[in-house]
Write a protein that binds this ligand. Structure first.
Ligand code: GLA
Length: 386
């Protein structure tokens, strides 16, 4: 991506050197809806990113230009920032709002950004927007914030400006991603272990269902509440339970009868999904891709039947993949109710398998799904602009 035209317009003053930041989207191999339950996840940054160019100004004006959608946002750095009705603006307003609490931000700036992360596909273009913008301002204003602090600010922006009570997985994958590695992240301690992804002749393929059911963020926030409800009931029987991460199969055996149906199912899913992340991570270490694939399949079943965040389109894509016999594992990825499936597909015949899946999907739903062959890349970076 190049912003030569804009750069000329901005002038090239030495003291206001433009800053160039690239922030990737992410995949999640396994560990879905476990992050906000303080559990484990296994995400990775990918080769699709948002690109930002940021330059400080000598006045108080802030201009943000979204090149892809030809939209523009202007305000003064002294404004009291509030959420906007234009959703994309909230990532910027939110990040700036929380950054202003951390550092000395008194000057205006110009930002221009564009992205090749498909929107609404579940590759977390939103975390890329907020983390990348946070990183760019951190650099431009020499705030010296740690990456962990920027990730937390990005999450706060989502909670309070965008209105989604997301976990921390997407922001960590975007900030800390490592080429050819997934991050086994413990969402309680926020410590992660990089895990090399060696797929041999297999390929990682995302299939975007191209549907995004309306209730996505409402249902997401509802799942969080349901998990919290389960915790508030179970901690009456064992006060060491602080989050669903602390709940074991034994707790369910002994105290499950006190839970309502929904809380019970959410608990079961989270316990099993956390166990699957551990087993999947071991399977990767021992190069047991078959087992890894099986765990992906089980994860999908859990998400569909126990956590109830899948939909007909995603279930269909997963089933058709499995019918091919050449897909090691397939599951919905991300928050759910649409977006992508993630698949591990035999490499030599990959294109044929993918087009069969796309054709069946088109026949069933009349929708052109889209496939993406993804590579695992580094996380968010400030680049030299040449
Ligand atoms: C979204 C959220 C994440 C995570 C996933 C589900 O991507 O942003 O924090 O909860 O859904 O695993």
């Amino acid at each position: 991506m190049h912003f030569e035209k804009e750069l000329k317009g901005w002038g090239n003053r030495q003291e206001n050197k433009p800053i160039w930041v690239v922030a990737p989207g992410r995949i999640n191999l396994i560990g879905e809806h476990t992050d906000y339950n303080n559990g484990f996840v296994l995400p990775a940054a990918i080769d699709k990113s948002v690109f930002f160019l940021v330059q400080l100004r000598d006045d108080k004006n802030c201009n943000i230009e979204a090149k892809d959608i030809d939209a523009h946002l202007s305000f003064s750095i002294e404004d009291d920032l509030k959420p906007s009705l234009n959703n994309w603006e909230n990532y910027f307003l939110g990040v700036l709002h929380f950054l202003k609490k951390k550092g000395n931000i008194k000057q205006g700036f110009n930002v221009i950004f564009e992205s090749n992360i498909p929107i609404g596909a579940g590759m977390s273009s939103s975390a890329a927007l907020s983390c990348g913008f946070g990183m760019a301002l951190n650099e431009a204003f020499s705030l010296s914030l740690k990456k962990t602090q920027i990730a937390e600010i990005a999450q706060l922006a989502e909670h309070h400006f965008v209105g989604v009570k997301c976990g921390i997985m997407d922001q960590y994958a975007c900030m800390f991603g490592i080429e050819n590695h997934a991050l086994k992240l413990d969402c309680r301690t926020l410590k992660y272990q990089p895990q090399e992804i060696k797929l041999g002749e297999y390929k990682l393929v995302l299939i975007d269902s191209k549907v995004k059911h309306e209730l996505t963020s409402t249902e997401y926030n509802k799942r969080r509440e349901e998990c919290d409800r389960a915790v508030s009931i179970l901690k009456n029987y064992d006060e060491s339970i602080k989050t669903l991460r602390d709940v074991t199969q034994n707790h369910i055996l002994n105290f499950g009868k006190h839970l309502d149906r929904v809380a019970y199912m959410r608990c079961k899913y989270v316990i099993m999904e956390n166990e699957r992340v551990e087993r999947a991570s071991q399977a990767l270490i021992s190069n047991n891709l078959k087992l890894f694939g099986k765990l992906l399949d089980q994860s999908h079943k859990g998400l569909a039947d126990y956590f109830e965040v899948s939909c007909d389109e995603l279930n269909f894509l997963v089933n058709v993949s499995k019918e091919s016999g050449q897909v090691l594992g397939s599951r919905m990825m991300g928050g759910g109710f649409g977006g992508c499936t993630i698949n591990i597909i035999e490499g030599s015949n990959c294109s044929v398998i993918v087009s069969t899946i796309l054709n069946s999907y088109k026949k069933k739903f009349g929708i052109n799904a889209q496939s993406y062959f993804v590579e695992i890349k580094d996380g968010c970076k400030v680049l030299d602009y040449n």
